[in-house]
Design a protein around this ligand. Sequence first.
Ligand SMILES: Nc1ncnc2c1ncn2[C@@H]1O[C@H](COP(=O)(O)OP(=O)(O)OP(=O)(O)O)[C@@H](O)[C@H]1O
Length: 203
Amino acid sequence: MKLEIKNISYQYSKKGRMILDNFCFTADSSERVGLTAPSGYGKTTLCKLLSGYLKPEQGEILLDGKTLSSYGSYCPVQMIWQHPELSVNPRFRMRDVLEEGDQIEERMIKALGIEKDWLNRFPSELSGGELQRFCIARALGEGTKFLLADEITTMLDLITQSQIWGFLLKEVKERQIGLIAVSHNRQLLNQICTRQVELDKQR
Ligand SMILES: Nc1ncnc2c1ncn2[C@@H]1O[C@H](COP(=O)(O)OP(=O)(O)OP(=O)(O)O)[C@@H](O)[C@H]1O
């Protein structure tokens, strides 16, 4: 599948800076693309546009030639955020957090090291690494075709980082899910990506 960004422009307010200005980009689901740029250049904004959280003022985003909204209620481009505690409903038990997504296979829960007992807890009763595992599972529903990983392991220790990336790489390769990974860690991107793209500062 092909994810295309055609001439996207975006600014948060009319008087604000153009975060993306006539920006174009294409990725195939066989690829793992590393997205780099200094802080504030618009990497997260681009991910939010790509996953439908923000609407572009100009331009379009197409998956295999069709707009994301034409794919129904589950967006095939899923985003995993840097701060898992901000991306889950604090009033939901973890079992319900998982159910917000598409159908999630039991084997993924196991492979991510999610323990049965955690399913009954609230987000505040888990560590950041434990919580991020749930966010990763939730983003990997059956209908996912592209995964956007925005600094998803920055706050985790090296062992947890390596477990999470080991799982993710295997999963995206086996299921032919395209990956766009945002990180300031070049070494990580060199290891996991098939190519890297530097986002330029727009005017
Ligand atoms: N909701 C918002 N309202 C107004 N401006 C915003 C909003 N969100 C982000 N911005 C601004 O948009 C610019 C791009 O932010 P973004 O988070 O996309 O950058 P980034 O490249 O991901 O940065 P970092 O590497 O620090 O995470 C920044 O100048 C930021 O202050």
